[in-house]
Write a protein that binds this ligand. Structure first.
Ligand code: SF4
Length: 386
């Protein structure tokens, strides 16, 4: 083993990987990599168990950000029907349906640039509390988050906060230009300060190189603690987005990425996320063999297609997999009514706004020229707390 064991934390050996070591792992012959990953998976996880998570889009579309893969970015011309914030009753109903089908985790996603201390956030806190009381793990993905907002979510019973790095720091600016990589890291740090577990992963197939994939894993490997949950997505190229012409990711790339993630981040739940409709059952089985131990279920993944619940359960049956129960790797958070306390002095967090650059389809290009005539973004180079 090339890596060096340097410290014991929570009785778990943390390995420090170098980027070269991860690259060497990643570039191995695929079957050798798969065998190693399956071995690690058996050592640290029960290979029969796969967590079924339900992703609920509690506020769809109209996002001011410019993530090049995302059909919910307001500036792209996609066929998405937006909505205002979902009611508490609807969220609880989605969560109950998911629980009845074997789901043990609900992730609530809102197409926001960042969380604001407003009534919508108060409503999200009530959603978190209600789903927590259903004994399901609750995760939120709401955009950039301040430390105080993270603490309120934790007090409401949130188990995990999702904020994906998406790709390497080097390639990130090719995909997203309205906020910086450091903003992403800051939000992850804020979630950690509130003792939330972290869900953070990436998307492959956006035109990045193998080195970008390795570099993203290296960033995660250096985090202490490492993310408890790592979604690996295959790009779903949506018409109207700048990445609409990307060709689908070969299944072999997905297996290679999942296997490498499993070995490098051995304690994490590795989530086989977007792009499953582009894979057949055999491909997904290889991903489970490589160490994926979670899927998102339901016919939509926020706005992109996903296999239906019954199809997933039939696949589980064929492969001898069983749904994982909630809180397998951590305790259920206790609700503390302090979540209702709004900050007396509003935190003023300035996130970066580098300016829009991502324009790869003609329609979006024309539109963004119009927008630019009336809007000149401020340039702020780093995250500052005032
Ligand atoms: S990925 Fe999230 S932040 Fe980016 S455009 Fe879509 S909804 Fe907005």
């Amino acid at each position: 083993m090339l890596s060096i064991f340097v410290l014991i934390l929570d009785m778990k050996a943390i390995e420090i990987w170098t980027k070269d070591e991860i690259a060497k792992l990643y570039h191995q012959p695929l079957l050798e990599l798969l065998y190693q990953a399956a071995t690690v998976h058996r050592e640290f996880h029960d290979p029969k168990e796969v967590q079924i998570s339900k992703l609920v889009s509690i506020k769809t579309d109209g996002c001011p950000e410019d993530c090049g893969y995302c059909p919910q970015a307001a500036r792209y011309h996609t066929d998405i029907n937006g909505n205002s914030l979902m009611s508490l009753k609807e969220v609880v109903s989605h969560a109950q349906d998911a629980k009845d089908m074997g789901s043990s985790r609900v992730c609530m996603g809102a197409a926001w640039r960042n969380v604001k201390d407003d009534n919508d956030f108060d409503q999200v806190l009530e959603m978190v509390k209600s789903v927590n009381q259903m004994d399901m793990e609750v995760c939120c993905t709401l955009g950039m988050l301040s430390e105080n907002q993270a603490k309120r979510l934790a007090n409401a019973g949130l188990y995990a906060y999702n904020h994906n790095l998406d790709t390497s720091e080097e390639y990130y600016k090719e995909v997203i230009s309205t906020r910086g990589y450091e903003d992403r890291l800051q939000t992850i740090d804020n979630a950690r300060k509130a003792n939330l577990t972290v869900c953070s992963g990436g998307i492959i197939g956006m035109g990045e190189s193998d080195n970008d994939r390795i570099s993203m894993l290296y960033t995660y490997a250096l985090m202490q603690p490492q993310p408890e949950s790592v979604p690996i997505n295959a790009l779903v190229a949506v018409e109207g987005t700048p990445l609409e012409e990307q060709t689908p990711v070969p299944i072999w790339d997905m297996v290679r990425m999942i296997a490498t993630t499993r070995i490098v981040l051995k304690h994490a739940a590795v989530r086989l996320s977007a792009g499953r409709t582009q894979m057949n059952d055999e491909g997904q089985a290889l991903c489970f063999m490589a160490g994926a131990n979670s899927i998102f279920a339901g016919d939509k993944l926020l706005t992109t297609p996903n296999p239906d619940f019954n199809g997933d359960l039939a696949l589980f049956d064929k492969l001898g997999l069983v749904p994982m129960k909630a809180y397998k790797k951590g305790d259920k958070p206790k609700v503390n009514e302090a979540y209702k306390e709004k900050p007396v002095n509003k935190e003023k967090v300035k996130w970066t706004r580098p300016g829009h650059l991502i324009e790869r389809n003609e329609e979006a290009k024309a539109k963004s020229k119009e927008v630019r005539k009336s809007f000149r973004p401020r340039k702020i180079s780093s995250v500052k707390k005032l």
